[in-house]
Design a protein around this ligand. Sequence first.
Ligand SMILES: *Cc1c(COP(=O)(O)O)cnc(C)c1O
Length: 446
Amino acid sequence: MDWQKEDLKYIWHPCSQMKDYETLPPIVIERGEGINLYDINGKCYKDVISSWWCNLLGHCNPRINEALKKQVDTLEHVIFANFSHKPVITLCEELMKVLPKGLCKFNFADNGSSAIEMSLKMSFQYHYQTGNPQKKRFMALTDAYHGETLGALAVGGVDLYSELYKPLLLDVIRIDGPDCFRCPYGKCRDNCNCECFEKAEEAFQKHADETAAIIVEPLLQGSAGMKVYPPLYLKKLRELCDEYNVHLIADEIATGYGRTGKMFAFDHAGVSPDIMCLSKGLTGGYMPMAVAITTQKIYDAFYDDYLKGKAFMHSHTYAGNPLACSCAVEVLRILKDENIIEKANKRAVYFNRIIKEKFLPLKNVGEVRSIGLINAIELVKNKETKEPLDSTKRTGYQIYKKALEKGVILRPLGDVIYFNPPLIIEEEDMDFVTDIALECVNSVLI
Ligand SMILES: *Cc1c(COP(=O)(O)O)cnc(C)c1O
């Protein structure tokens, strides 16, 4: 059977111009092991993007497999209104041990975008029920990404995804966020005072009265090209939110679970958000699950006699799915038992060093930026002026195709090449994937 042909007969792949598949047909994967994926012909691909950033501990991790198998023979799913089960309670207990202070109430969903929708609704309803019904708008940063459903898309600021749908979207207050590579203040992210924060202050002065919440991807704007900004920004934002009674929503869907070198990106800032969204690494990349976690204070504003009509009438059929929870519990145990984040941080030093050595000297590399094991290489036309490459040339895409031939999955964001590997990646694979990436960059950008 020609699996590729059959695939294209039926399947409309996500986030793809399907015509591109004429020259790059879908790669049909048969099995996975560690950071390796193997296609139906036995060819190996290094999954250094963690299959859209969710695979945390390698494919077919023996411990997660075991936990999942055990759960599937016990209970696969149960309605989550009025019913509960051990895996979800255990998961909350385990998460409580690692979450930023104050987060203690868990509302489950089945994908990241849904958790974002839930947070926005929750924040609005909190203000509505505590005497501030005029707080019905949201603030978000430029270049933000929060998912694809209409609410999540509205707070997002990457035009590639949202521009076309503007007529359908909420009117969000957009704040010029940190842009450390092309800093308009001429500062450097390692020692600045977040001068760009004045944009947030201006927005709060003008709009805080009508604002329920501000949502951010803490420290790392992933989809915008792995843009990294300093923790001080979050600290300042916490103070501003407190001053103006605006919720701080942390979208830790991509940054949680050790991706930035600490369990959560907010841990770098030493402050807590009012609502935190988790997904992706939550189940180790095994099962679709997400959660919006909030404070006692927000929870209490919904707690009253039924006829007062204050309940949060929001549900997802698969909320709290036991199979997903059993994976999520095992992920937390592995992180702890095997000291995963600490070990990953050690190897991250090596990874960052070889990437800088290999790529910084190239004439088209504007910046190498890193946080945790995530490393991004921004390609530019001119190193001095930081002028971008001509995007119509699709340079990143050409590099992606070359690297696939050589067995490495890079999938650049525009002309930003990045690595966001499972936390278990070893030095030998770091050497291999960076060599291939370098070869591909050099062959495309001659
Ligand atoms: C992936 C992602 C989302 C959306 O999650 P989905 O499960 O794809 O809906 C939201 N925010 C961030 C930061 C993400 O990386």
